[in-house]
Ligand binder design. Structure first.
Ligand code: HPA
Ligand code: ZN
Length: 319
């Protein structure tokens, strides 16, 4: 599925393939608790978001130097380009690295080295979005935003990820206000495992322009009407929803119903190294499992550019 498209929901740490994890572990003298890449891949049997996050944050221990982050991002951009991605808005989790003693500058400059060469090397334009860990404190999020201040020229926006339930958007009101005052765009994960009310809060209290996931809006018809009326983009990740058990099987994913309801849907890969596919694979999978035809796939691709943070002229060039 090589339709030109933008990817708007992609955690760069979630593109760490087992082969690269072992290579970086060897380079940095780190012992992984898995015998080989096959054993690691076999560990990717998740019950829910938390069981995924435990493995995911553990494996990040291999990322240390600017070169590590550069290699990670460059590998993603090459794979994405091969699947038709022309523009990528890339999430990263600064707190997951600073908590391990890795400086935020190492993370941003390392990723930045790959992003700087991306258009020339891969034909992919990029934006960087720093996410706050919602299961950490609001003070910690404010400290992360403060630490990012020397690098704001590289950062387009802020997001909110990690364990959702019990950590409502309102907890981050102050840091989102501070981000807005710095001219940053705002998005947030909401309604993946958390209730529809978290989607409303993210819109009304955090002022987000897009909802990441948003799957559970379907439980609240009034919220669906609002999202349709206000044309709020949802960055859905169908393969992630299956692997993290938000839906049982892909054939039961509500994407087709959501599009039919008039919601502005995009499809994305979330954490492709863990969830079994990059975004082209995801387009292919929803075509096969949900019977989405060429016109619907084109709508998803069109939406991805429209919902991006590209300026109009850049958007036309990327399409
Ligand atoms: N949800 C929340 N946090 C995450 C995810 C996700 O799907 N992927 C990486 N961090
Ligand atoms: Zn995500």
């Amino acid at each position: 599925m090589n339709l030109p498209k933008a990817e708007l929901h992609l955690h760069i740490e979630g593109t760490l393939e087992p082969e690269l994890a072992f290579a970086l572990a060897a380079r940095n003298g780190i012992e992984l608790p898995y015998a080989d890449t096959e054993e690691l891949r076999r560990a990717y049997l998740f019950d829910d978001l938390q069981s995924f996050l435990d493995l995911y944050y553990g494996l990040m221990a291999v990322l240390h130097t600017e070169a590590d982050f550069e290699e990670l991002a460059d590998a993603y951009l090459a794979r994405a380009a091969a699947q038709g991605v022309r523009h990528a808005e890339i999430f990263f989790d600064p707190q997951a690295h600073t908590a391990r003693g890795v400086d935020i500058g190492t993370v941003i400059e390392g990723l930045g080295r790959a992003l700087d060469r991306s258009e020339e090397r891969h034909g992919v334009s990029t934006r960087l979005i720093m996410c706050f860990l919602r299961d950490e404190s609001a003070e910690s999020a404010l400290a992360a935003l403060d630490a990012a201040k020397p690098y704001l020229h590289r950062i387009t926006g802020v997001g909110l990820d990690s364990a959702e339930v019990g950590h409502p958007p309102v907890k981050f009101r102050e840091v989102y206000e501070a981000a807005a005052a710095l001219g940053l765009r705002r998005v947030a994960h909401a309604g993946e495992e958390g209730p529809p009310a978290y989607i409303t809060e993210a819109l009304d209290i955090l002022g987000v322009e897009r909802i990441d996931h948003g799957l559970r809006c379907m439980e609240d018809p009034e919220l669906v009407s609002r999202l349709v009326r206000e044309r709020i983009p949802l960055t859905l990740c169908p393969l992630s929803n299956v692997r993290l058990r938000a839906v049982d099987i892909l054939e039961e994913h509500p994407l087709g119903r959501m599009m039919a309801a008039g919601l502005m849907c995009t499809v994305n890969s979330d954490d492709p190294a863990y969830f079994g596919g990059y975004v082209g694979d995801t387009f292919h999978a929803v075509h096969e499992a949900l019977g989405l035809g060429p016109e619907q796939l084109r709508e998803l691709a069109r939406n991805s550019f429209e919902a991006s943070f590209l300026e109009d002229d850049e958007e036309r060039r990327a399409r």
